[in-house]
Design a protein around this ligand. Structure first.
Ligand SMILES: [Zn+2]
Ligand SMILES: [Zn+2]
Length: 241
């Protein structure tokens, strides 16, 4: 498995908006700027054929028009987008806003499918979608990927909640919303991640969606199972794990 951090930042700092790439072809969230970020890190957008969306705030899906347009110009036309049912309309509306005259042709040319299931397979991964708690915004999802060797989770945007604790209890690596220094009902903070890291010492916690002040504080942490990544870092980089 390969897991690359495409973005670890919040909206208003120089780090890219939160997004992650598995095995060069599975993208978790496609926020503002993510296509540029993928190019900057040497990834081929045309290789990406699975896009999972945690929730429909702009900083998690606003690059979808650029991705779909690029894919439509390639030979590999398969795209599966995983989201809730309402998401399909949002994505198509956004695409039409971005490229009104091309939209019909692009959507017709692509082999674009949607998957609204809670459980599905992508290659060797069993994937589970799980509800998290993002203030008043509903639904907000996390995702759990499991293969024979490893379980990894992505909390998406969330305050601390039972399902985050559940993910932490089963995931070898959990990529966490750590927007804040002190968490609230919409976003977790360093205080929440420290608690999780202490409770599950054999599991690793990767901070993400961080605002500038949070990054400064998080970089000072010396806790062996908390990883504070830079954009572009590989958290997992190997065929055998
Ligand atoms: Zn959000
Ligand atoms: Zn967000």
């Amino acid at each position: 498995m390969n897991l690359q951090i495409i973005g670890s930042g919040g909206m208003w700092n120089k780090e890219n908006s939160a997004s992650y790439l598995i095995d060069n072809h599975i993208l978790i969230d496609i926020p503002n700027g993510s296509c540029k970020n993928l190019y900057n890190f040497g990834n081929n957008i045309e290789n990406i054929d699975n896009v999972l969306i945690t929730h429909f705030h702009g900083d998690h899906y606003f690059d979808i028009p650029f991705y779909l347009l690029k894919k439509s110009k390639e030979d590999e036309l398969d795209v599966i987008i995983y989201c809730n049912k309402d998401g399909k309309k949002k994505i198509e509306t956004l695409f039409k806003l971005g490229f009104p005259s091309a939209s019909k042709k692009v959507l017709k040319r692509l082999n674009l499918k949607y998957n609204f299931s809670k459980n599905f397979k992508i290659g060797n991964y069993e994937v589970t979608r799980i509800i998290v708690s993002h203030g008043d915004f509903k639904p907000a999802y996390g995702y759990i990927f499991k293969n024979d060797n490893l379980t990894i989770g992505f909390t998406g945007d969330t305050g601390y909640c039972d399902n985050v604790d559940y993910m932490a209890s089963i995931c070898d690596y959990l990529i966490c919303d750590c927007s804040l220094i002190l968490g609230n009902e919409s976003h977790m903070g360093i205080d929440d991640i420290k608690k999780l890291a202490n409770k599950y010492p054999n599991h690793k916690f990767v901070t993400s969606h961080m605002f500038s002040e949070t990054i400064k504080e998080a970089k000072k942490l010396k806790i062996k199972n908390i990883i504070v990544p830079n954009d572009g870092d590989f958290i997992i980089n190997g065929e055998d794990v």
